[in-house]
Write a protein that binds this ligand. Sequence first.
Ligand code: TLP
Length: 341
Amino acid sequence: MVDLRSDTLTTPTPQMREAMASAVLGDDVFGEDPTTNLLQERVAELCGVEAALFVPSGSMGNLVSLRSMASPGDEVICHADAHIFNYEVASLAAVGGIQARPVPGHWGVLDPENIASAVRPAFDTFPRSTVLALENTHNLAGGTVYPIDDIRAARKVADEYGLKIHMDGARIFNASVASGVPVAEYCSLVDGLTFCFSKGLSCPVGSMVVGSKEFIKQAHRYRKMHGGGMRQTGVLTAACLVALDTMIDRLADDHANARRLAGGIKKISEHATMPVNVQTNMVLVKTEQLGYSTSEFVDAIGLEGVKCLAYQRGTVRMVTHKDVSTEDIDYTLDRINAITR
Ligand code: TLP
């Protein structure tokens, strides 16, 4: 079975399991878990920020970050395809009382002009525009990297209109490995960033929120409010420490496999995928080009032992990760070729 549905499917490495078993533990709600404290210090240093906070999931990381930056009645400007707008059960609105203001973008990137025109005038009738949310890499766009110059341009607009910037960097290490831009440089351009250990970095659980001390103090409070205050978290953060040492550089292998997959699919059907936009570990495939609707394709390739996910707009998503080898990619290509109509 080749499982390309998501990099969240990755299971911890033997080294992670060993570290988890022998982790020194304490009660993290008291701030006394030494392993978690060490992880938070190491992450803050790596990101070049004042503080970092371990949270159970990327969704909670985004929610506590945005609640820390915006109040009920405020508006968060984001890409219309943003994960926070499409895949987080409307938590911003339902839990935070915060409205999303989706704006169109191109391959995950927002035009500064579109950001500026989404900012509300300062008049009591309107919601207050307080935050700009960017996603890097951009999931629905197919794992595209937000170019650093575009982030700088967004920062300029944000400063002009007094907006804070939140970055949903669930896969920020994929972005960094692909672009060569250090994670600290991304962090230096935003007010807060969330990233996940539970995706390509292969940890079983956990995400981080990073930023200033003041911001993390707020996020810490919201984490507790949302039931995310956990006790002996060292059993989880021990795996994250191993991930920092062992799982970042190897993401380049996942990216190479994604390019191999996209290149191979293009040979099978010219317009089924766009290798030029395969920048990290995701490949979007237009199944009609292979003679199938998305659900038919998922079923047909599933019978061949390859799992993928039906996505938006007639596409399926295939994600490479540490449990997918180059041989698995070649097997997948062979099977796609065999079933193409
Ligand atoms: N994304 C999942 C699904 O929800 C689609 C996946 O398989 O890709 N931000 C981004 C950009 C994400 O891709 C995800 C997860 C999250 C946030 C939420 O992370 P979790 O699942 O830890 O809450």
